[in-house]
Design a binder for this molecule. Structure first.
Ligand code: HEC
Ligand code: HEC
Ligand code: HEC
Ligand code: HEC
Length: 477
């Protein structure tokens, strides 16, 4: 379902134009009545129509664990194709959220979709998380794309980001830059190939040679507070600030202001896109926004979305399986208590009641759910049991030493078993009283749950209600 209101914008701008016309007539009258025309009102042009998003954080597509999930690249590109009316497509940065082998492939796929297909983006910012990727891949994938990072400088010859990108929209120049504002630890040393410029200097560099009439758009990879401190130091002021604040889950339907400078939030995961109409008036810039919640796309028939993008996403899924990324990424991190995973069967003898209770919960069959989802072409139909994102939340100890590797190699760790919540049990098995279990890595129970039951998987998760459904404990004495 799309909540677009196609008439809202034109009507508003008509009103605005009408008001201005009246105003112009008034000054005209007063001219006739002797006093010279004061401030000449610049002709108000047509607003520039932008489509804004940011912080995709690796969500190429919603996982589909709950109904009504939003977002997805296939759905997004379909929307852009249907509207055909955007002047400028903006993506803030942080296309991925970590730097695993999977993220490298996701980054490649996302860049393909955003820059190499029917509707290439006009500006792609760079977030600090993007910079955690190997720079060779980062640079190679982005070569030739409209990438901007106004406050980054690099001595790499293949550095893909420019101080700004510019687009001519019906004679109106629009210049866009993006501030990354921080570097990952690996790029902070003196010998780092990437350097961060102070914002003021970066802004000067980004505006070099720009005419006064050029519209200035600044994308910021930082929090609301960072933006509020930084923007007043910039001169001339931006016409629009796009704040990519990962704490701001969705874009707001209200435009905020820093002084006179309008600021919007890009949201995260590309769930809800932001349409914005931007116009410079004699009083400063004006922005009108509208939200575009994207009914989630799926790589299944009838799931909605641009067919070419869906094909590309499916190719990505297949490659992940073919390259055995799931196995490569397994067992890379130490376990929190240094013990090894043993599997839930080993808990059964001493905790028969807890075990029985667990077998009646969906956690027990969480792996089978993936297997069924994989086999069902109306649900998924692609190799979800080989896709690390899906697997990670449906098994025990994925990525940790002695944890899940694959259904073939570690069947005892498939499903959300005891040790996913209680941590590896080998030492507890040998000496139950001496090696207490507690919860995985000492995480409080409510936090433990939302590692998997997050706002997308379980939109209305309340710990006490859900715990009641899986409740178990020590044997009655
Ligand atoms: C962040 C953790 C997480 C990720 C990632 C994840 N899941 Fe889930 N999944 C869950 C949780 C939690 C539930 C249970 C949601 C609920 O009912 O509250 C669930 C439920 C499901 C269900 C059952 C839903 C139903 O309608 O019966 C399916 C199927 C599923 N997930 C498949 C997948 C697939 C496929 C992927 C990868 C594309 C995936 N999951 C990724 C956590 C995750
Ligand atoms: C989805 C997470 C989860 C799974 C799976 C799980 N537990 Fe628990 N378990 C908990 C939580 C949360 C508590 C309550 C801890 C608390 O309140 O301090 C608990 C409590 C317990 C307790 C009582 C601890 C105490 O000090 O009172 C035992 C024993 C236990 N679990 C054993 C098991 C066994 C055995 C399995 C597998 C058969 C299992 N659990 C599966 C989350 C889980
Ligand atoms: C050899 C018997 C035995 C096995 C096997 C065993 N436990 Fe325990 N477990 C105990 C005993 C004994 C206690 C302490 C009970 C008490 O304090 O009354 C305990 C307590 C616990 C507790 C409560 C916190 C604590 O450590 O006191 C949890 C949680 C727990 N076990 C989880 C597990 C899990 C998960 C497994 C499987 C990996 C497992 N146990 C396997 C005997 C066992
Ligand atoms: C490792 C990821 C993970 C963790 C951690 C986790 N769950 Fe789940 N949970 C799942 C998955 C996956 C499903 C769906 C399994 C299926 O349907 O096959 C699920 C399903 C459930 C369900 C049934 C569906 C629903 O939402 O009513 C409940 C209840 C539940 N979990 C409670 C909890 C509680 C309480 C905690 C924390 C103590 C917790 N879970 C921690 C992954 C997790």
């Amino acid at each position: 379902m799309m909540l677009l209101r196609p008439v809202a914008l034109p009507v508003l701008w008509l009103l605005l134009t009408a008001t201005t016309t009246l105003f112009t007539q008034c000054t005209g009258d007063s001219t006739a009545a002797a006093s010279p025309p004061t401030a000449t009102v610049a002709a108000i042009g047509e607003p520039i129509r932008l489509l804004i998003s940011g912080s995709m954080l690796g969500r190429l597509e919603p996982c589909g664990c709950a109904s009504g999930q939003l977002g997805g690249l296939a759905r997004r590109m379909q929307h852009i194709g249907e509207r055909r009316s955007y002047d400028v497509l903006l993506e803030g940065g942080d296309l991925v959220d970590t730097a695993t082998e999977l993220d490298v492939l996701k980054f490649y796929t996302a860049v393909q979709v955003l820059t190499g297909m029917q509707h290439p983006y006009d500006a792609l910012g760079v977030g600090p998380k993007d910079l955690e990727l190997p720079l060779d891949e980062f640079s190679a994938f982005l070569a030739g794309a409209q990438v901007t990072a106004g406050d980054l400088e690099s001595r790499r010859e293949d550095w893909p980001a420019r101080p700004f990108v510019e687009k001519d929209v019906r004679g109106q120049k629009v210049r866009i830059t993006s501030f990354t504002l921080s570097l990952p630890a690996a790029l902070q040393g003196d010998d780092s190939p990437v350097r961060l410029l102070p914002p003021k200097a970066a802004w000067q560099r980004a505006l070099a040679g720009a005419a006064d009439a050029t519209l200035r758009i600044l994308m910021l990879q930082g929090t609301d507070t960072t933006a509020r401190n930084l923007v007043p130091t910039l001169s001339p002021p931006p016409d629009l600030v796009v704040c990519c604040d990962a704490g701001q889950l969705e874009p707001a339907s209200q435009v905020e202001h820093i002084g006179k400078v309008p600021m919007v939030f890009a949201g995260i995961r590309g769930r809800v896109l932001l349409e914005a109409s931007l116009l410079r008036t004699p009083d400063g810039s004006q922005v009108v926004v509208d939200l575009v919640p994207l009914a989630g796309s799926k790589t299944v028939p009838g799931g909605g979305g641009d067919p070419d993008v869906k094909a590309l996403l499916l190719a990505h899924r297949d490659q992940v399986k073919q390259d055995r990324i799931l196995e490569h990424m397994a067992r890379k991190l130490p376990t929190p208590n240094g013990a090894a995973y043993v599997g839930s069967e080993n808990c059964k003898t001493c905790h028969p009641t807890a075990y029985e209770a667990w077998t009646r919960t969906p956690h027990f069959r969480a792996w089978d759910t993936l297997v069924k989802a994989e086999a069902d072409p109306t649900r998924y139909g692609w190799p979800v049991t080989h896709y690390p994102d899906c697997v990670g939340c449906h098994v025990v100890g994925y990525r940790e030493e002695t944890g899940f590797v694959s259904a073939e190699e570690t069947p005892q760790l498939a499903g959300v078993g005891c040790e996913r919540c209680h941590g590896p049990g080998s030492s507890h098995l040998q000496n139950p009283a001496g090696n207490k279990m507690g919860l995985h890595a000492g995480t409080p129970a409510s936090v433990l749950c939302i590692q998997c039951h997050d706002f997308e998987q379980s939109p209305d998760f309340v710990y006490s209600d859900r715990w009641a459904k899986i409740q178990h404990g020590l044997e009655p004495k």
